[in-house]
Ligand binder design. Sequence first.
Ligand SMILES: *[C@@H]1O[C@H](CO)[C@@H](O)[C@H](O)[C@H]1NC(C)=O
Ligand SMILES: *[C@@H]1O[C@H](CO)[C@@H](O)[C@H](O)[C@H]1NC(C)=O
Ligand SMILES: *[C@@H]1O[C@H](CO)[C@@H](O)[C@H](O)[C@H]1NC(C)=O
Length: 430
Amino acid sequence: MAKQKQNYPDFVYFVILLLHAHSVSARVLPLLQSCDKSIFRSSFHTIYDTSNYGVLQLNNGLAQTPQMGWNSWNFFACNINETVIKETADALISTGLADLGYVYVNIDDCWSTVTRNLKGQLVPDPKTFPSGIKALADYVHGKGLKLGIYSDAGAFTCQVRPGSLFHEVDDAKTFAYWGVDYLKYDNCYNLGIPPKKRYPPMRDALDGAGRTIFYSLCDWGVDDPALWAGKVGNSWRTTDDINDTWASMTTIADLNDKWASYAGPGGWNDPDTLEVGNGGMTYQEYRAHISIWALMKAPLLIGCDVRNLTTETFELLSNKEVIAVNQDPLGVQGRKVYVSGKDGCLQIWAGPLSGNRLVVALWNRCSKVATITATWEALGLESGTHVSIRDLWQHKEIAGNVGSSFSARVDVHDCQLYIFTPWTVAHSAL
Ligand SMILES: *[C@@H]1O[C@H](CO)[C@@H](O)[C@H](O)[C@H]1NC(C)=O
Ligand SMILES: *[C@@H]1O[C@H](CO)[C@@H](O)[C@H](O)[C@H]1NC(C)=O
Ligand SMILES: *[C@@H]1O[C@H](CO)[C@@H](O)[C@H](O)[C@H]1NC(C)=O
């Protein structure tokens, strides 16, 4: 016993050194370092650049894959109450969406009274949330789900409820006490103070509040948060608010694409919540919306009324293979790799997945049906590579052994989504 005790401090010291070295190196490890050189061209690392990932990563243990769930804003805006939130939690369970990973139930703006109480605390609106947020969190937790709340890095929220600027420590404690799991932090009434100054204090406050809380920055892309938010939040909005139109969805996809090399496990680019199911786009456009959001490792936060889903909307939101692309453990954001046609409206988006696989989207943003061809050069595959191809919307293997290029006809504004599995990988795995 005595001898073992003498050795103990050395051993502890060694483990601490090891852990320390590990946590530091984990922050800078390139995401693509283990890809197979016989399958991919030398251009692969340029096409799917991940060199900016992990710079001073927040590392609070959350967001190893993009967050999934629901947010109240797109469908309900200010018309929320505890009944809607509870019924939404119930619906996530009864539809099976929760089992597929949609577990965050996120309340957006309008949950609080217009003034703080005499102690300076935030207060849930007694008319719409009479039981309070703690009771709501208990209800949501009782179903195995997580509760998200909303505040603002300014004097007021966008709907003019009290903001958390200069109240970070108190409000973070309140959220933790209520059992909140997620904070979306908006950018209205910000007094002209730069986001880089206003967002870190809430990170520190959450960190000190005694509960692990997902921190979702919503500064609308002001001052390019991808450049600095990796050490602040678990996700950061890269753009203005989405709306339920084709113009908005495509514009936002392109803006978010620019920051692909900064995303990865722990911190994601956020092109805003989904509009799928809200009625402003066609089935094909919504299919493109969720396909591209999944491919670019965007948060998958449903923005429609999940208590009342059509069959088509449910099909789009519940595709396990598409969700698996979004939640792939490699965590590399896919991106636009090739365009052709008028104004570049015939597009190929692609991204590396675990196991040397690629996700490939053929997206027709033109106004006519078209055939889109993906060459191996555009995808970064070696010319001799043979792949099997699975169609994620048809749920079937459509080709067993394809080399050099792949073409498909794509409907107006539709997006086909495939996984390419290199032949060597497919066969050595058997
Ligand atoms: C709660 O909000 C929903 C959606 O806006 C509304 O339909 C319902 O009437 C509200 N219920 C109560 C009790 O206010
Ligand atoms: C929706 O977004 C588009 C593109 O960003 C914008 O031009 C349009 O004004 C927005 N529409 C509404 C109703 O906000
Ligand atoms: C359910 O959605 C349909 C449209 O998809 C709408 O017409 C209907 O009013 C909705 N029902 C409720 C109760 O909201």
